[in-house]
Design a protein around this ligand. Structure first.
Ligand SMILES: [Cu+2]
Length: 367
């Protein structure tokens, strides 16, 4: 019946074109992200300051140093090591592994290489929160799993992940090869941070992993204030705490002087939240409380064994715009003749006082 079908087929074709166009527009929004990660043996210092500043206890060499294998972000084809995250997310490097950021709809290819020496252990990467085929699971099951779960020294594997709408949030990844329990204790873990298609990244993202090692209760595998990450922000910035736990204990995340809101329909303010092994959450607020604050696990036996850190909030740069305007006014105008007097050097404000450790004022990692 071609005569009856013709007008409808025209409409159908138009709708088909519109649907394809809309799908293409949606696909164009999604991005493929290639992340290069190496498993690298290191001697890891859990207490780089050497002591617990609160009790004054000095740590022994045996307590501080641990032979560990860690996840290290690298350039393409594992040529050159990179920082695992920018310093605002991770003031101390090495642990956790690379902060993997993506948007809902993105494809993430994690290219992994085990750089242990010949005869060393197998490693793998297993990701929570994202969609992947069984060959990207990375979990060792004898007789079932493939090379993704046992990447031998010198070998490589690419894990193919997709961020779905239900992937939005913060998720852990970790080694899941036969020796996973030792590897996680050593620090073979990291975070995926996934935001919605139209969301904006926070100004600061603080990644906090609660984990237990042989001698300490740790944050990002380091113990005691000034050894654990000192996070920094400025009044007016949108900060996000990405909190995760591994190991076998429950922990209670707490930040001094701050509250956040839980629940959307009925907002409930809270300043502590408990999480168990492999659980994770993110909380955020717009910073408005300058000062030096504690963040820690509120289990007191964990606090006393190292699970505590500092959070420093600088005042807002109220005069930033004025200062910039003044500086711009003093800059030489390129169109002016060279006979004009040379411009005076512009005074910039001194950098905020530092505790002698890593500087944490770089901009956050881009999406
Ligand atoms: Cu704890």
């Amino acid at each position: 019946m071609p005569s009856r079908g013709r007008p409808f087929s025209w409409l159908r074709n138009a709708l088909l074109v519109a649907a394809v166009w809309l799908m293409a527009a949606d696909v164009a929004h999604a991005v493929q992200r290639d992340i290069w990660v190496a498993a690298v043996p290191v001697v890891f210092d859990q207490v780089p300051w050497g002591l617990d500043p609160i009790s004054g206890r000095v740590m022994t060499h045996e307590e501080r140093f641990m032979n560990a294998t860690i996840f290290r972000r690298t350039t393409a084809n594992w040529r050159r090591p990179l920082r695992n995250a920018d310093v605002s997310s991770q003031p101390r490097d090495q642990v956790p592994g690379p902060l993997i950021r993506a948007r809902v709809g993105d494809t993430i290819n994690v290219h992994f290489k085990n750089m242990e020496p010949p005869g060393g252990r197998a490693h793998s990467m297993h990701f929570h929160g994202v969609k992947y085929p069984p060959s990207s699971d990375g979990a060792f099951v004898p007789g079932v799993s493939g090379p993704d779960a046992e990447v031998m020294p010198g070998q490589t594997w690419t894990y193919k992940l997709r961020a779905l709408s239900e992937s939005e949030g913060v998720w852990p990844y970790h080694d899941h090869a036969p020796d996973m329990h030792h590897a996680i204790e050593e620090g073979m873990y990291g975070a995926l941070s996934i935001i919605g298609k139209k969301d904006r990244w926070p100004d600061r993202e603080f990644v906090v992993f609660f984990n237990t090692t042989h001698d300490f209760e740790t944050i990002n595998n380091r113990a005691f204030i000034r050894n654990t990450p000192t996070f920094r922000a400025r009044v007016g910035e949108r900060v996000q705490w990405s909190v995760l736990a591994l190991g076998s204990a429950h922990h209670t995340f707490h930040v001094h002087g701050h509250r956040w809101v839980k629940g959307e329909r009925v907002p409930v303010p809270e300043d502590t939240r408990t999480l168990g092994p492999a659980e994770s959450f993110r909380v955020s607020w717009t910073e408005r409380d300058p000062g030096t604050w504690l963040y820690h696990c509120h289990r007191e036996d964990h606090m006393s064994r190292g699970m505590v850190g500092l959070y420093k909030v600088e005042p807002a740069l109220k005069s930033l715009r004025k200062l910039k305007a003044r500086r711009d006014a003093k800059l030489p105008n390129r169109r002016q003749p060279p006979t004009r007097p040379a411009p005076q050097p512009v005074k910039t404000p001194p950098p905020p006082a530092d505790d002698g450790h890593d500087h944490e004022h770089a901009p956050p990692v881009g999406p």
